[in-house]
Write a protein that binds this ligand. Structure first.
Ligand code: UD1
Length: 420
């Protein structure tokens, strides 16, 4: 089992180009199934989740190759619509292949992605929407058997109880080649949804309203392949900026998506960091001290503060002057990283969905275990700021979302090694 060994106490300083977005690349890879042609995705991050998506595509009969951040997918021949449980389990977001396979073939067998790390992650909204689009769904022994009653899905008027990112993506994927019009009310407005829709429009799909809460899709039969550049990863961006703030450093994040990162940047600015933006670059300079954030930091669907940036910002605020309060409104178990931060000397009290972070002068190194992807990244941020050496195990969680994180940190002058 590999580990990260991090020697803390160095101010991060330098320039880092932002990797492509994992959460954008995954649904777009699923969407290539719909085109029946060749697609080229540039700016695709080299991550374990992306390789899992490639394995699923290859299993269905597509040809997916990956080299130097470019994924090429040929989806002319599909021969398999039943995804083995083992492949589904490799990656939690494998469920988005359901909508894509249904859109392309009118049938699929998938399974509930197992072993949730952020508390229960039900897919009831996904299934209810598919049923309204004419899909018969039978669940047995963890397998979900789906078949379009009329051979093909049809359009529907849908209202989501919550703007779920995954459910919105699955609906879009199923609807772009369904019969007729689909209207999604209370749709998720995350930038990655817009990137997916942009890709699909380039393939010939008829979609409007993405980025707003009502998306309208008119099904078409004539989708084709295209070339698309994956948007930058706003969460990886938030992570590297938080690490830099935690170490009181200074950095330029290039290839950044500034407006998409605004909900995070406006909160980070309240810590007293100077932030300047322009031409896809974000410049951040932290003073010798960070201020606690006085307003409660409430995670919300976009354009609210992103839940995926909660843990990394918390790591920076662990040594701020004063008390910051987080309120996690998206996932039930999203404070699992706090035990590790406390082990490193942080003063954090969790009360249900609220976490109270009282800033301490300094953290110290410790031996900790990554609990989940963003929680693991928070441990890296804390370790870089801490006095002494930190060892982080279960780094497979971190590798799911950060491309060569130790090299990125090294580029900024941090001391981080992968061992084992
Ligand atoms: C996506 C992101 C994840 C991010 C999250 C929220 C990807 C690959 N993952 O996850 O990084 O943290 O959005 O921004 O893009 N829910 C239900 N029933 C459903 C679907 C969701 O109750 O059918 C609940 C979930 O349990 C959760 C909330 O809705 O509490 C938000 O989930 P959702 O927006 O669907 O997140 P994901 O798509 O899983």
């Amino acid at each position: 089992m590999q580990r990260f060994i991090i020697k803390g106490g160095r101010r991060l300083r330098g320039e880092l180009p932002l990797q492509g977005s994992k959460n954008s690349a995954l649904p777009i890879m699923a969407a290539t199934l719909l085109c029946g042609g060749e697609c080229v995705l540039t700016g695709c991050p080299g991550l374990t989740d992306i390789y899992s998506a490639a394995r699923i595509l290859n299993y269905t009969g597509c040809r997916c190759t990956f080299s130097e951040n470019t994924a090429a997918v040929d989806s002319r021949d599909i021969r398999e619509t039943s995804i083995p449980e083992q492949l589904m389990r490799e990656m939690r977001s494998s469920i988005i292949f359901m909508g894509a396979l249904l859109g392309r073939t009118g049938e699929c067998i998938v399974s509930i992605p197992g072993g949730c790390e952020l508390g229960p992650r039900p897919i009831d909204m996904h299934l209810a929407a598919m049923r309204k689009m004419g899909i018969d769904i039978k669940e047995s022994g963890g397998r979900i058997v789906c078949r379009a009653a009329a051979g093909k899905a049809h359009g529907a008027r849908l209202s989501l109880a919550f703007p779920s990112v995954g459910a919105t993506e699955n609906i879009i994927l199923c609807a772009v080649s369904a019969e007729g019009e689909t209207v999604v009310n209370n749709a998720a407005r995350e930038p990655e949804i817009c990137d997916l829709c942009e890709f699909l429009r380039q393939c010939g799909a008829d979609i409007s309203g993405d980025g707003e809460s009502r998306i309208i899709i008119n099904g078409r039969n004539d989708l084709h392949g295209c070339e698309h550049r994956i948007m930058p990863d706003r969460i990886a961006g938030a992570t590297y900026l938080s690490m830099t703030a935690a170490t009181r450093g200074e950095m330029i994040l290039s290839n950044a998506c500034i407006s998409e990162m605004e909900p995070f940047l406006s909160v980070l600015e309240q810590t007293g960091c100077s932030i300047y933006t322009g031409e896809n670059r974000i410049y951040l300079r932290s003073g010798a001290r960070l201020k606690a954030v006085s307003d409660r930091i409430r995670t919300m669907p976009h354009p609210g503060f992103p839940t995926d940036a909660q843990a990394v910002l918390m790591a920076a605020l662990a040594t701020a002057d004063g008390t910051s309060v987080f309120e996690e409104n998206i996932f039930d178990c999203r404070y699992r990283h706090t035990d590790a931060l406390v082990k490193m000397g942080a003063d954090i009290q969790v009360l249900g969905k609220v976490a109270i972070v009282r800033g301490v002068p300094l953290l110290h190194g410790a031996s900790v275990e990554a609990t989940d992807l963003r929680g693991g990244a928070a441990m890296v941020a804390a370790a870089l700021a801490a006095e002494g050496t930190t060892e982080i195990s279960r780094i497979d969680h971190i590798d799911r979302g950060y491309e060569k994180i130790e090299e990125a940190v090294g580029r900024l002058g941090g001391e981080m090694l992968r061992s084992g």
